[in-house]
Write a protein that binds this ligand. Structure first.
Ligand code: SF4
Ligand code: SF4
Length: 103
C-alpha cells in the first residue's frame, strides 16, 4: 500500500508580525484552509495540504511551511517550559559531575 508523503504532515504557518491581512492567500488556497481573523491570516491545519501556493502568493513573505510540531514551539509559554526543563537537566548534569569528581 502506498504510504502518504511525510510532507503532507507539514503545514503553512503565518507570521502575524508580517501579515497585513490583504487576503491574497485566502483567494489561492484550494482547500479553504485560510481565514482572515482580526486582519490576520489564520491557517486551519486540518484543511492545509501543504501545497505552498499561499506561501508563494503572499506579498509580505508572511507564510512559511513548517513541521507539524513547530507551531506549538513558537508559543512563548512552550518555550518557557522547554527552557525550564533544559535548566533542570543542566542542574542535574552539574550534580552528576560533582558526584563523579568526588569518586
Ligand atoms: S497574503 Fe500574506 S499578508 Fe496577505 S493575508 Fe495572507 S498571509 Fe497575510
Ligand atoms: S499550503 Fe496550500 S492548502 Fe495549506 S494553507 Fe497554503 S494554499 Fe492552503
Amino acid at each position: 500500500m502506498q504510504q502518504p508523503s511525510p510532507l503532507l504532515a507539514w503545514k503553512a504557518s503565518v507570521d502575524e508580525n508580517l501579515c497585513v491581512g490583504c487576503g491574497k492567500c485566502t483567494e489561492v488556497c484550494g482547500t479553504c484552509a485560510i481565514r482572515i481573523i482580526d486582519k490576520k491570516a489564520v491557517i486551519d491545519f486540518d484543511r492545509c495540504i501543504c501545497c505552498a501556493i499561499c506561501m508563494k502568493t503572499c506579498p509580505q513573505g508572511a507564510i512559511t511551511i513548517i513541521p507539524p510540531s513547530f507551531p506549538t514551539l513558537q508559543r512563548e509559554e512552550d518555550l518557557g517550559e522547554i527552557k525550564a526543563q533544559l535548566k533542570g537537566i543542566g542542574a542535574q548534569l552539574e550534580e552528576m559531575e560533582r558526584s563523579i569528581k568526588k569518586l
